[in-house]
Design a protein around this ligand. Structure first.
Ligand code: NDP
Length: 449
């Protein structure tokens, strides 16, 4: 298998995050390949690491000073063996092809785990929505969709949100798609409830991650009741992770953004969380402002060159990384374990570097990797597609019940696959193996396409 890694590194040496994601999957699936020699004969590895299609395009737009700006747009259609391409759009200055490919690759296995018929894709742009006016964001989204609309459709490729793409951006993107194509379809998920969205979609990733953590705890006859939790980020995933932890009786003491984090020893209760949601989602403010409103909390700015993140150096029971990739380095991983954390449930995609993952696995803590733990978001996106096709809306409790059921099923699928291949309790192996087997069997069924 090392030849596959050599091949992708030689072909695209700069795509470090993509290499990281592929390395992790390949490390898990050797026992599957040993048991199924037909997979290697059919070159499934060579095929699964190569996107079915990569789109890169110019996105010109006019800023408020009448200056033309140009960004780069991406859509990676990674694998459609089990359904239409499905995966979010990320608007962040760090976006490049390697990051979109890693996210699309992860998405293939995640979507496979959800039990729904969705292939994997991901897209985005190096556009930075931070500090832009609503009109600038609208003009950018319209230009982005003017090109993307040629390649997507409700039965082809269905994008959604991710970092920097929330309800506002999905609205602008959908409006332009509808105007250009003259059709009102479920081409995007994460839509507002008044025009085709699903109840519980905004909550789904965070809620699902907490349900997954609760399932892991249940294997040790424990629950989230009374547990102290560290949450990073303060966007969509972090907010609804915090909300569900509170509902299940836990206490959240941290939130962050890319500048620093707040520590609130008394706990972020529902009222404080409501303030955070308003401040982040409507005033588009920073997390440091929390301590002006709630002066008992402490704000710590985190320098980019610090070799660890002090957020992960507090005593607690559970950690929910919910910001971005590689936000937990090896030192952070060790700090977490040393501080008594024994549940890590990843709301973000690939937030832990490989060395940190090794520390979690060696320590035998309950470690739920993102592609399993945060699959609730795309699962409810799948439910939004189903509702759009039927032209009806399910009530919130029905969607949440389905989400809970799907997370339970993902958890048991991971447990069973890990046990079947001799690695009981290893959710990384379980998620990679179960996700992989379903997709490659579909690829084999469909011939060399
Ligand atoms: P949001 O844009 O709503 O929030 C992102 C949060 O993470 C912000 O607080 C942001 O801070 C912080 N952040 C972003 N980049 C960095 C960075 N380089 N360093 C430190 N902090 C950073 O995004 P989401 O909540 O939707 O996404 C968070 C994570 O969850 C991502 O990894 C995403 O891929 C993953 N995810 C999201 C899903 C969804 O449904 N939305 C589904 C599955 C996974 P700042 O404002 O300073 O940038």
């Amino acid at each position: 298998m090392s030849e596959i890694l050599t091949m992708i590194k030689d072909r695209d040496p700069e795509q470090r995050e993509f290499h990281q994601a592929v390395t992790e999957v390949l490390a898990s699936i050797q026992p599957v390949l040993d048991r199924n020699p037909e997979y290697r004969q059919a070159a499934v590895l060579e095929r699964i690491v190569e996107p079915e299609r990569v789109l890169m395009f110019r996105v010109p737009w006019m800023d408020d000073q009448d200056q033309v700006q140009v960004n780069r747009g991406f859509r990676v259609e990674m694998n459609s063996a089990i359904g239409p391409y499905k995966g979010g759009l990320r608007f962040h200055p760090s976006v490049n092809l390697g990051i979109i490919k890693f996210l699309a690759f992860e998405q293939v296995f995640k979507n496979s785990l959800t039990t729904l018929a969705m292939g994997g894709g991901k897209g985005g742009s190096d556009f930075n929505p931070k500090g832009k006016s609503d009109n600038e964001v609208m003009r950018f989204c319209q230009s982005f969709m003017a090109e993307l609309q040629r390649h997507i459709g409700p039965n082809t490729d269905v994008p959604a949100g991710d970092i920097g793409v929330g309800a506002r951006e999905i609205g602008f993107l959908f409006g332009m798609y509808k105007k250009l194509r003259n059709e009102f379809t479920g081409v995007l998920t994460g839509k507002s409830i008044n025009w085709g969205g699903s109840l519980i979609r905004p909550e789904a990733t965070g809620y699902g991650t907490v349900f997954f953590a609760a399932e892991m705890l249940a294997t040790r006859a424990e629950s989230l009741e009374g547990k102290t939790c560290l949450v990073s980020g303060s966007g969509n995933v972090a907010q609804f992770t915090t909300e569900k932890i509170l509902q299940l009786g836990g206490k959240v003491v941290t939130l962050s953004d890319s500048s620093g984090y707040i520590f609130d020893e008394a706990g972020i209760d529902q009222d404080k969380l409501a303030w955070v949601m308003k401040h982040k989602n409507y005033r588009r403010g920073r997390i440091k402002d929390y301590v002006e409103k709630f002066p008992d909390a402490v704000y710590t700015s985190v320098a980019a060159d610090l070799d660890y993140n002090p957020l992960w150096n507090h005593k607690a029971d559970c950690a929910f990384p919910s910001a971005t990739q590689n936000e937990i380095n090896a030192k952070d991983g060790q700090n977490l374990v040393d501080n008594g954390i024994y549940v890590v449930a990843e709301g973000a995609n690939m937030p832990s570097v490989p060395e940190a993952v090794d520390i979690f696995l060696e320590s035998k803590i309950l470690y739920g990797p993102g592609k399993a733990a945060n699959a609730g978001g795309v699962a409810v996106s799948g439910l939004e597609m189903a509702q759009n096709s039927m032209r009806l809306n399910w009530p919130a409790n029905e969607v949440e019940d389905r989400l809970k059921h799907i997370m339970k099923s993902i958890h048991s699928t991971c447990v069973d696959a890990a046990a079947e291949y001799g690695q009981p309790g290893n959710y990384v192996a379980g998620a990679n193996i179960a996700g992989f087997v379903k997709v490659v069997n579909a690829m084999l069924d469909q011939g060399l396409v």
